[in-house]
Design a protein around this ligand. Structure first.
Ligand code: ZN
Length: 248
């Protein structure tokens, strides 16, 4: 009996130690990787494009007359609400949320946008159903179930703005870039920008890092793009220079 008790204790102790080691490693990596990120401050960036900063992530807004189109929705609903207030933007004026993907730091503010249609790529649904998971047993979730599913290379007209979808799988199964009015490209988490140059996405946060790197090639030869906006690494107003030296 005593021996059995010792074995149980040993197994339990090993399991607890493992959980602590894995959890500790995750916590350490999460913090060190997010510290390297450099989103832009909340405010107007250029023309009709606005950024909202939520700690280590940006969401963006495109003004279309007296309404807005959002790209992603931040990581903390209260922060998104207060940052919108600073810009005097009423969340009710947002008519569409184009999600680059469904990781938690991109969808938290979705419930704020009651009048908006929510868009994800068709392939991203696998992240919600649990068919694909970054952490075993943990699926992405989205507060709205009435989302609209987009194809790759689809043209969308929302208000007066034209959006072209470019599927760039890797960070998640259905990571999507949005090219708005030809010259503005929103890339979510598929790449980084460091010193004005394109770089790979953060491996630690990717579902399939090799695939993510391959996907970057899909957005490096777009003839009319001028601005490139990332979710965690700010933006560049010189697309041609940013992509020039990119090699897979
Ligand atoms: Zn992210």
């Amino acid at each position: 009996m005593k021996k059995k008790f010792k074995i149980v204790l040993f197994v339990l102790g090993t399991l607890i130690a493992l959980v602590l080691i894995i959890g500790g490693y995750f916590f350490y990596k999460f913090n060190s990787e997010t510290k390297k990120m450099h989103p832009v401050a909340t405010g107007k960036i250029v023309d009709n494009i606005y950024a909202i900063k939520d700690e280590f992530v940006n969401m963006y807004l495109i003004k279309d007359s007296n309404q807005y189109i959002a790209i992603d929705a931040g990581k903390d609903i209260d922060v998104v609400a207060s940052e919108l207030k600073k810009l005097d933007i009423n969340p009710d004026m947002v008519i569409a949320v184009l999600l680059t993907h469904t990781d938690m730091d991109h969808v938290a503010g979705v419930p704020l946008f009651k009048n908006a249609k929510i868009y994800i790529s068709k392939q991203e649904e696998m992240m919600l159903t649990g068919e694909k998971q970054k952490i075993p047993g943990v699926s992405n979730s989205l507060s709205r179930k009435d989302y609209i599913k987009l194809d790759d290379k689809q043209l969308l007209k929302i208000g007066k703005e034209n959006t072209f979808t470019i599927l760039t799988e890797g960070h998640t199964t259905g990571s999507m870039c949005y090219q708005v009015n030809d010259k503005y490209l929103f890339t979510g988490d598929i790449l980084s920008i460091v010193d004005g140059k394109l770089g790979p996405s953060v491996k630690f946060f990717d579902l399939d890092h090799e695939m993510a790197i391959k996907s970057i090639s899909k957005i490096t030869k777009l003839p009319n793009v001028e601005y490139i906006f990332t979710a965690h690494f700010g933006y560049s107003n010189d697309y041609k220079n940013a992509v020039k030296d990119w090699k897979e």
